[in-house]
Design a protein around this ligand. Structure first.
Ligand SMILES: *[C@@H]1O[C@H](CO)[C@@H](O)[C@H](O)[C@H]1NC(C)=O
Ligand SMILES: *[C@@H]1O[C@H](CO)[C@@H](O)[C@H](O)[C@H]1NC(C)=O
Ligand SMILES: *[C@@H]1O[C@H](CO)[C@@H](O)[C@H](O)[C@H]1NC(C)=O
Ligand SMILES: *[C@@H]1O[C@H](CO)[C@@H](O)[C@H](O)[C@H]1NC(C)=O
Ligand SMILES: *[C@@H]1O[C@H](CO)[C@@H](O)[C@H](O)[C@H]1NC(C)=O
Ligand SMILES: *[C@@H]1O[C@H](CO)[C@@H](O)[C@H](O)[C@H]1NC(C)=O
Length: 549
């Protein structure tokens, strides 16, 4: 998450000032010609016949020996589509009447562990199985799923899908485990203090945080961050003073703050990664690893993130791996392959996204660098990016196995970005990310302004309530956008969380009529929004969360 211009200078410096630098594969210096960057994500072909995208995945990654006492679960997805996404296979549907079921069989390492009927066109089916017959191992088990469809009379059709099951031995004493709930994409962890306690969902909210000049220089800042409700700290390397790094991570653990460990400068060097992973992997508050920082921007080798991913798994295996992509559409699949969590950092505030104030050129789909790749200069750049990433996960068959997080802009007043967002604008960015599937919010960067700190703290303090909806595997989600008010709804049982954010620089109202019948409305987050009768009243760039029942 360095502003792109930093890399530009770095690249210039390394290249001895030669022209021809690229960002997202695009030339951006006035002296350079337009050369199409390539690397676009292929648009899936459409099929005139219906297809079934039959997929299966374990509900939890990894399972541990402690999980054998209760049934384990496979998620079986059977959505119908007309897009030729990964593993989509043609299916003959009955001419009329119900779609019926698929008879599903799931095998682990060639042995059948479950058989169950699953409705066709479902994304909520769970099939139980027992881990008791398996011996945990470090290497993932191969899973094959098959489905027989006979609902179309006289015709038997068979579909297959493969997956993998992670059922690992207990970690060495002291090492924590971060599980991922593949029903939601949420992370599950024990308390960051290292004390024993149940696995709970974690909604990561915090900042990329300056290290030597900031938290390492004054550990009490970490106490403030805890007090302010943040759950995660992402210290920004370099970490050349290991005494200072240890002091920071110790204090974070005392306070119960999770660590997102960044290897941006070293991730392509196996010697360094090995040393760092072995140094940090036994830290009880380690939540996840972070490798490439905008590797797509700088066009790092296409296999660098996935090679490092494999190395980290071979050294640890108990914590997921994340990275951030800066480009809208540049070798997305190759870079994302090296992650369990892919973040996007669409910085559109105070930024002329069509004419580069740094390079004096226009920015187009194949030229220029404006610090926000292929953006329009509106909040929707963020929701569009989130939606595109989610769509690509689905196309690649990664919708269950990878999650998307969002990186709000909490900086400005330099290079491309002429001003810093207000606190309310920070919240709009964060909530747009959440309403479009984001399961973590880590802003660039702290130190930030008191206004952003206050707003982000308010959001962080409301997340323990909101996560009981957003991260609940039984929640049903829906989304509407009316008059540029972006609204997410998560229903669990008889209660619905409504999260509404106004993308307009003008007050707006949103009517509950037609979207929710319940009488009770309880506000749980206020960043410039209130409820009045059946209306949610939003200030200019105001946001609010309400529980309806
Ligand atoms: C499959 O489910 C989707 C989403 O619920 C729905 O829009 C679609 O109509 C269903 N398809 C069929 C053929 O029932
Ligand atoms: C260290 O941080 C604490 C908490 O923010 C603050 O009260 C204190 O003044 C800081 N100390 C120094 C020396 O800056
Ligand atoms: C490294 O950090 C420790 C703890 O903050 C500090 O006491 C020490 O002076 C630092 N060492 C160097 C070489 O800066
Ligand atoms: C990786 O780091 C080691 C130790 O600093 C160094 O010797 C080696 O040259 C580096 N390798 C690469 C490819 O940069
Ligand atoms: C990489 O590893 C080498 C060898 O341990 C070490 O000297 C060097 O400082 C490391 N580089 C970084 C950036 O951590
Ligand atoms: C961006 O800069 C160009 C060139 O200076 C200017 O014409 C345009 O109006 C600017 N756009 C915005 C949104 O400021």
């Amino acid at each position: 998450m360095w502003p792109a211009v930093f890399y530009s200078f770095l690249a210039l410096f390394l290249a001895g000032g030669a022209s021809g630098q690229t960002w997202c594969g695009k030339n951006y210096m006035a002296s350079s010609p337009i050369v199409p960057p390539g690397g676009e994500f292929p648009i899936p072909a459409t099929s005139s016949e219906p297809l079934v995208a039959f997929r299966c995945a374990p509900a939890i990654r990894p399972y541990l020996p402690e999980d054998t006492s209760t049934p384990a679960v496979f998620i079986v997805d059977t959505p119908l589509t007309h897009l030729k996404v990964d593993n989509a296979q043609a299916i003959d549907l009955p001419g009329h009447g119900a779609l019926g079921d698929l008879a599903v069989t799931i095998s682990v390492n060639g042995r059948i562990v479950a058989k169950e009927n699953v409705p066709l066109n479902s994304t909520t089916a769970e099939v139980s199985f027992s881990l008791r017959t398996l011996t945990p191992q470090t290497k993932a088990f191969d899973v094959s799923c098959s489905a027989i469809y006979t609902a179309n009379k006289g015709k038997t059709q068979k579909f297959t899908a493969s997956s993998s099951l992670s059922f690992m031995p207990d970690p060495p004493k002291g090492r924590s485990v971060t599980k991922m709930d593949l029903r939601t994409g949420a992370l599950l962890a024990k308390p960051a203090t290292g004390e024993d306690g149940p696995y709970e969902t974690v909604f990561p909210i915090g900042f990329y945080t300056d290290f030597s000049s900031y938290i390492a220089a004054n550990l009490s800042i970490l106490n403030d961050l805890k007090e302010q409700g943040f759950t995660v700290v992402h210290p920004v390397p370099t970490f050349d003073n290991l005494t200072a790094l240890n002091a920071v991570v110790d204090r974070m653990q005392e306070l119960g703050l999770y660590l997102m460990y960044d290897m941006r400068w070293t991730y392509m060097n196996a010697t360094n990664v090995t040393e760092e992973v072995n140094r940090i992997k036994n830290r009880p508050n380690l939540l996840l690893w972070y490798t490439g920082d905008e590797p797509d921007g700088t066009s790092d080798p296409l296999d660098a993130t996935s090679n490092t991913y494999d190395l980290i798994y071979s050294l640890d295996g108990y914590h997921p791996v994340s990275l951030v992509l800066n480009c809208e559409n540049f070798y997305w699949t190759e870079y994302t392959a090296g992650s369990d969590i892919v973040m996007q950092d669409t910085y559109m505030i105070g930024n002329n996204v069509t004419f580069s104030n740094q390079w004096g050129t226009v920015c187009t789909p194949d030229y220029g660098d404006c610090g926000c790749d292929n953006c329009k200069g509106e909040f929707e750049d963020i929701s569009t990016r989130m939606d595109e990433f989610a769509e690509r996960l689905w196309v690649n068959g990664w919708d269950r196995t990878k999650a998307v997080w969002t990186v709000p802009q909490a900086f400005g007043g330099s290079s491309y970005w002429t001003r810093t967002p207000s606190g309310k604008e920070y919240v709009v960015q964060a909530v747009l990310g959440i309403n479009h599937g984001g399961l973590g919010v880590v802003a660039w960067n702290d130190p930030t302004t008191p206004d952003i700190k206050a707003s982000s703290s308010l959001l962080a303090k409301s997340l323990p309530t909101m996560k009981e909806f957003i991260l609940d595997p039984t929640a049903t989600f829906s989304h509407v956008k009316v008059d540029r008010i972006d609204v997410g709804f998560w229903t669990v049982g008889k209660q619905t969380l409504l999260l509404a954010t106004n993308l307009n620089y003008a007050p707006k109202t949103f009517s509950l009529d037609g979207v929710h019948a319940g009488k009770n409305v309880r506000q749980v987050f206020d960043s410039g929004a209130t409820v009045s009768g059946r209306e949610i009243v939003l200030e200019s760039v105001g946001t609010g969360a309400f529980i309806l029942s």
